[in-house]
Design a protein around this ligand. Structure first.
Ligand code: PA5
Length: 310
């Protein structure tokens, strides 16, 4: 499969029927995963606020993990060192363990593994990796999937604006800076990581309103300001306070932000359409640079060398 087809398959991925089984009696959730798999937990955090959700993006797990903890390990390959360590530690503490993976050691280690289709780069399997979490907690309905699917198909057919944005970033060689808004912190971070891994450029993400208490000062005064390309991720249902903040920040800090708006009316449709737009922009930037967006050889070599040194 061409890498662009992996990206375009998001419209199919969101109908994935896999779901984690959520038992009664749990009082907190821990989601472990790295990189393109770890983003699933971050997205989940933007959807679910009924019980505490803690993300683990390392080897260590929180001390509070106990038999009332639902511990979900997400690893596309199923072989990521940090995630496997974390699962073993969670098991020692008696947590209820679930996994989402295409196989590997994780699927062998955890009986309750939702198996996702093989053949993708982990980060382009974002739908397959996230849907089982959202579905397990019943965080979207069938109509949202249908509507979002239509919107994603629409974007697949009208990729020109994304290509133009990538051309603009490329021609000025600017560093992407992505501002999220409430409910979309995960998407801003996703854009950053897609710029990193697909286009191989450094990028930075932060979110409103928190950025108004720190980044704002740098936005006004930073050196090499002309070397940054500012994006802000919005949606039609955005709170007035946030829209005001964006407008006033832009004025006071004298920066232009390229607004990218999500589509549809639900959190589900806005999150997945915004993810899709970022995926395309980072893809086209890679192509413009003559770089293979699929290639993550340094990440793979690093994993191999670490394994060999153990
Ligand atoms: O997208 C990628 O290739 C990486 O960010 C991987 O997701 C990351 O290295 C973790 O690997 P895995 O997703 O297989 O657990």
């Amino acid at each position: 499969m061409e890498y662009i087809d992996e990206i375009a398959s998001l419209k199919d991925q969101i109908s994935f029927s896999g779901q984690i089984e959520v038992p009664d009696g749990i009082d907190k959730i821990v989601i472990a995963g790295m990189g393109g798999s770890g983003i699933a937990g971050k997205i989940f955090q933007d959807f679910y606020t009924k019980k505490p959700v803690t993300l683990v993006n390392s080897y260590e797990i929180p001390e509070f993990v106990d038999p009332k903890t639902l511990f979900v390990a997400v690893s596309y390959s199923g072989n990521t060192e940090e995630t496997l360590y974390a699962v073993k530690k969670a098991r020692d503490k008696g947590a209820v363990i679930r996994a989402i993976s295409s196989g590997g050691s994780l699927a062998e280690l955890v009986d309750d593994t939702v198996i996702v289709p093989e053949g993708f780069q982990p980060r382009s399997a974002v739908g397959y990796l996230t849907i089982p979490l959202l579905r397990g907690f019943r965080l979207f309905g069938k109509s949202e999937v249908e509507k979002t699917k239509e919107l994603l198909v629409g974007e697949d057919m009208h990729k020109d604006p994304f290509q133009k944005l990538a051309d603009g970033i490329f021609s000025t060689k600017r560093i992407p800076v992505i501002f999220g808004t409430p409910g979309f912190n995960s998407v801003a971070y996703r854009w950053k990581t897609q710029f990193n891994e697909n286009a191989k450029v450094l990028a930075y993400s932060t979110s409103f309103p928190e950025l108004n208490h720190n980044d704002t000062m740098a936005l006004e005064n930073t050196y090499r300001k002309e070397e940054f390309y500012f994006f802000v991720l919005t949606h039609k249902q955005m709170e007035k306070e946030i829209a005001d903040r964006i407008r006033i920040t832009s004025k006071l800090c004298k920066i232009e932000m390229k607004e990218i708006e999500g589509d549809g009316t639900s959190l589900f449709s806005n999150v997945f359409t915004l993810i899709h737009k970022g995926d395309y922009i980072s893809y086209f930037l890679a192509k413009k640079r003559g770089i293979d967006p699929r290639n993550v050889s340094i990440i793979e070599n690093l994993k191999r060398e670490l394994r060999e040194s153990n």
